[in-house]
Each structure stands twice: as structure tokens, then as C-alpha cells.
Design a protein around this ligand. Structure first.
Ligand SMILES: [Zn+2]
Length: 381
């Protein structure tokens, strides 16, 4: 059983909108109350338990009007936020702890399905307290509904994300394998000699976003013009994010469909982003998202994903003879081997090495057995 998420535009009627807004407000209110209580207790070194939802409901009577499970989830969210905060603090990463603001571009609440309390009928979904709410059913929902998240964004649009437990059919086993080198110039290069370009529209949209964000920072806080600009920036943000996800989903699905074994480098993107001149390109191509998609899809469909140690010299090694070229620089686009005379595209060479190393890891073969395989690939290119 795997968890799969489906996201749709929600089309609540007026009455339902009012109740959703109220639930969003209550969940946010409770979250902030609990956070403030926790902080006060922390400062005064008081380690007694936090007030329960029940106690809060007595104190703030109007909390009773909304889905009680959504309120319980607010406590879980707070715990998660706390855990993340301390994990980052321990690791020495920058972190902060924020109260939830009504002015967030996106607000949401989560609730879980208890004995079929949430179910889909035609193009309507039954939600606690709200009854049947219409939604734009762009695809079928398969599996057993576990939980849902209702969100409202700055544009006044409502969405629902449905998390289902579902049986996923594994794909038939193949005998194909591929090595992938994630690049800067190209998005990636494969050992099948495929060069996948960075989507240019992303770069373009991003430049536009920088411009609009600069404008936003100049607008007076609380003004109507600022709010308008905020909406514009949000829209652009969403467009970029959707385009990027679409690109990464299509590419990862294709690779999973066509290959039994997929080998790539363990990049530790977090460490690389610190290097400012590379940072932009890296965030642009969203490698970490790509790897995340490959990981869960490999798990779903029965493929093997191998990540190569980040210290493996994939660029400096000759894919033909195994010689290591220590003086290779980032500028060298071509790999020229002084030992065997191989002349080969730098990134393609790396992809071949990544494939070879990945196969070595999973098969336990030694290098010699695999090199035969690789050399045919080189010759056919
Ligand atoms: Zn060589």
C-alpha cells in the first residue's frame, strides 16, 4: 500500500465558503494560542502540559462550530514545526519560529477520514461539517481516502488535496539501465546520450518574478496597491512552480518507464546552494525535487535507484580506461584522456561513469566486468 495525493480546485457555495474560512481561522487561532502558551511556559521553565483542545473550546466557545479533527491537527502541525525547529537548530541551520498569519498567501487546514466520513460521489466530496462540496474532478481518485487538506490562497481560490492509500501495480521488469549526470548547462545528460535541456521558460518567468518582487518591496504596507502586487507575485510564483513540477514529473516518469536501474549522484544540494554563483542555477533546475520524484516512483513501480557517493570522481575518470584526470576544470567541456586518447563530451563521460559505478554497487561485480558494457556504449555514440 502506498500513499498518493490528488489535488483539485474546490468549488464551495457561499455558505460553505463562510464555514471553510471560519475553520481556517480557528485552526490558525488555536495553533497560535498553543504556540504562545508553549513559549510562555518555556521562558518560565514551566514543564506542565499544554491545555487540551477541550479546555480551549471551553475558553473560546466559538471553536466548537468547526470540524474538531481539523483543530486536533493544528496541535500535530505545531509539534511537527517544533521538531523541525530544534532539528535545524541542532544542525546549525538557519531557522525561525513564526505565528501563522491571516495574510499568508496560502492558508490551510487538514482533517482525517474516520469510517468513511470523507467520501467522493460524482464530482462532489463529502467533508466534515461542510456536507457535499463540488470540485473540479480532473482525474479519478483511486484508493482509500486517509486525509484531506483544504486550502485557500490569496486569489480567493479554494483547493483540496486528497491523500489516499492505494495499491500501485509494479511495472514489468526490464533489462535496461541508465546513468544520469545532473548538469548546469543542460538539466541532465544520460548514458544513453540524451541531453535534456533546462526549460527556458523557467528562467524567463524567474527574471520576471525578480522584477515584480522588487516592485512589491516598494509598495506601502497595508495599501491596496501592495495587495494587488502581492496577488501578481503569487500568481507568477504559482505558474513557475507548476511549470517546474510538470517538467520534473514528465521526465522522471519517462526515465522510470524506460529503465530498470537508474544511477545518479548523491548531490547534497543543500551544501552546494551555499556556493552563490551556482545557487541560482541549482534552485532553478530543482535537482532535489527531481531526485525525490525518482525515489518514490522507483519505489512504487519496482525500479532500482542507485545514488553514487558524492566523492566518486565521476567527471575526472575516463569512462574508457579508468584513468583519472586530476587537472580537469569546470571550464573543460570536453574530456580528453591522455592515457587512451578518448575524446568525449564531459557530461556524457560522467553519466557513463555514474552508470558503471551504480552497477558495480548493486551487482558486486568488479570494474573489469562492467567496463566491457560501457565501452560498447562509447563506441556506438
Ligand atoms: Zn582513457
Amino acid at each position: 500500500m502506498k500513499l498518493k495525493a490528488f489535488k483539485f480546485r474546490l468549488e464551495p457555495n457561499q455558505q460553505q465558503k463562510v464555514l471553510i474560512n471560519k475553520t481556517l481561522g480557528c485552526a490558525r487561532f488555536l495553533y497560535n494560542q498553543m504556540l504562545s502558551e508553549k513559549q510562555t511556559k518555556y521562558k518560565s521553565k514551566d514543564d506542565s502540559k499544554l491545555k487540551t483542545e477541550k479546555e480551549y473550546k471551553i475558553e473560546f466557545n466559538w471553536l466548537k462550530d468547526v470540524d474538531s479533527i481539523a483543530l486536533q491537527q493544528a496541535r500535530i502541525d505545531l509539534k511537527t514545526a517544533y521538531d523541525n525547529f530544534f532539528r535545524k537548530l541542532k544542525a546549525g541551520q538557519p531557522t525561525n519560529f513564526k505565528f501563522k498569519s491571516k495574510h499568508n498567501p496560502k492558508n490551510s487546514y487538514r482533517t482525517i477520514s474516520i469510517s468513511n466520513s470523507i467520501r467522493v460521489e460524482d464530482n462532489k466530496i463529502k467533508l466534515p461539517k461542510l456536507g457535499f462540496v463540488k470540485f473540479k474532478k480532473s482525474r479519478d481518485i483511486s484508493g482509500k481516502i486517509k486525509s484531506i487538506t483544504v486550502s485557500k490562497n490569496i486569489l480567493g481560490r479554494y483547493y483540496i488535496s486528497v491523500l489516499c492509500e492505494t495499491e500501485i501495480q509494479k511495472l514489468p521488469t526490464l533489462d535496461t539501465q541508465i546513468g544520469i549526470d545532473l548538469g548546469l548547462k543542460e538539466f541532465c545528460i544520460t548514458s544513453d546520450t540524451e541531453f535534456v535541456s533546462n526549460p527556458k521558460f523557467l528562467r524567463k518567468s524567474e527574471q520576471k518574478l525578480v522584477k515584480e518582487q522588487r516592485k512589491l518591496s516598494k509598495r506601502v504596507k497595508g495599501s491596496n496597491r501592495r495587495f494587488k502586487q502581492q496577488k501578481k507575485v503569487f500568481k507568477l510564483h504559482q505558474k513557475i512552480s507548476n511549470q517546474r513540477l510538470d517538467f520534473l514529473h514528465k521526465l522522471s516518469t519517462k526515465l522510470i518507464n524506460e529503465n530498470q536501474v537508474i544511477c545518479l549522484e548523491d548531490l547534497q544540494v543543500k551544501n552546494m546552494v551555499k556556493n552563490h554563483c551556482l545557487a541560482k542555477s541549482i534552485s532553478d533546475v530543482s535537482w532535489s525535487k527531481f531526485v525525490e520524484f525518482l525515489k518514490y516512483k522507483a519505489d512504487w513501480y519496482g525500479r532500482t535507484l542507485v545514488q553514487i557517493d558524492k566523492f566518486f570522481p565521476s567527471s575526472k575518470t575516463c569512462s574508457c580506461c579508468g584513468n583519472i584526470k586530476d587537472d580537469l576544470t569546470l571550464k573543460d567541456r570536453e574530456y580528453i584522456c591522455s592515457h587512451c586518447g578518448l575524446v568525449i563530451n564531459r557530461d556524457y563521460n560522467a553519466a557513463l561513469n555514474i552508470l558503471r559505478e551504480g552497477l558495480r554497487i548493486i551487482s558486486g561485480w568488479d570494474d573489469r566486468d562492467i567496463s566491457v558494457n560501457i565501452q560498447t556504449l562509447v563506441c556506438s555514440s
